[in-house]
Design a protein around this ligand. Sequence first.
Ligand code: LLP
Length: 440
Amino acid sequence: MADIFTGPEPDLAGLLAARPALEMHASAGLCFEGVPLNLIAERFCTPTWVYGAASIRARYATLTEAFAEAGLPLHIHYAVKANDHLAILSLLRHMGAGADIVSQGEFLRARRAGIAPAHIVFSGVGKSVPELEAVLAQGIGQINVESAEELDILSATATRLGLTARVVLRMNPDVDAGTHAKITTGLAENKFGIAREDIPALYAKGAGLPGIEMRGLALHIGSQILSPAPYETAYTIAAEMVRGLRAQGQSVSVLDLGGGLGIGYHDEPGMNPAAFAAVVRKTVGDLGVRLVLEPGRYLVGPAGLLLASVLLEKRTAKRFVVLDAAMNELMRPALYEAWHGILPVDAARFHHPQTPADVVGPVCESADCFAYDRALPDLPPSALVALLDAGAYGAVMSSPYNARPRAAAVLIDACTPHLITPRQTHEALWADEHIPGSEL
Ligand code: LLP
């Protein structure tokens, strides 16, 4: 995020060095997980999302190993919102992940990818009654309740269906996660969770409500968190709360630690899983609870890039590099001033002199800008560039604005690129639309 990272911008070599899945070959150019991006553009055109299966598996393994080494059994529920592609969900299911979902649509996606209902947790500040009915009827593992009002609605819904909802209360610990304001969730002013002081009474109430089985607590303080310090503060508060609830005679068997583990968009280190696991052990390791983690970005963010072509370079008072990708594909820079590395795919160009350029898309919005004043070599029409670390909150947040069809997506597995989403046709954009009184 531009506003929380204060270091110097990394150069092209620095960006490359920090990303082991990327390699620059003198003839083949930039390769991702062993596949030249030139080849992907030739076969599938641009813009195209490119994901790397080995990167996702490696990140999953690093996280689970850090917890195993800390002696902590961990249950990973992948935050589907980060990248909900069935191929990615299926890959993570095979690694052993459950799912953290925020809508019936995400529930159905997770189910379609083979994730068992018992391994799904339902988060979110607003869940509709039909959504609750659907997930309860399928035997969802856990519902994270975010308000007193929601607890009443859930109790009534479950009772009506003759079912029992396994509930954890999401506590808002009022801790500053030190991240971008638009992705901070654990402050009292945020809409998320239940105020600390209200938890004991609501927990006791829930324990007495029909259709509700109180299981424990959840918290999620924000996203793209690079330091373990705010987690330490939040989990210390959670541990005190668990002890307090138990002292009142309540049963607490689950602690859902949320997600938010940050990645290095520049060349700064991302969250260190071992340091994070150490904080978890220190703060909540002796509670004897089932520990649930809901990472999204950490698992898939660095495992994806957006491959784009240069349409033209335009020189006015400034230098503009106009790409065929736009904010409707990767929204993060426009929405959060997020910084994404941009690498030319051509090896020779890598060593050309660089001058500052704004890298923009063709959408009719000034906010359609991927990077301001980015040092880049000359990029002639049809030169390829890779927008890095776009595996999380990329494709999922895209829109068909300006009647731009959805981009293609490719998953590289064992050096083989698989087309996992074909490029949308223009006709598909309006296939569901009707003109009243017309046969069209
Ligand atoms: N659990 C809950 C309850 C969440 O709300 C989120 C993310 C996660 C887990 C996963 O967080 P992660 O591990 O991915 O940080 N679109 C924004 C990020 C929004 C995150 C929303 N909640 C972005 O592009 O930066």
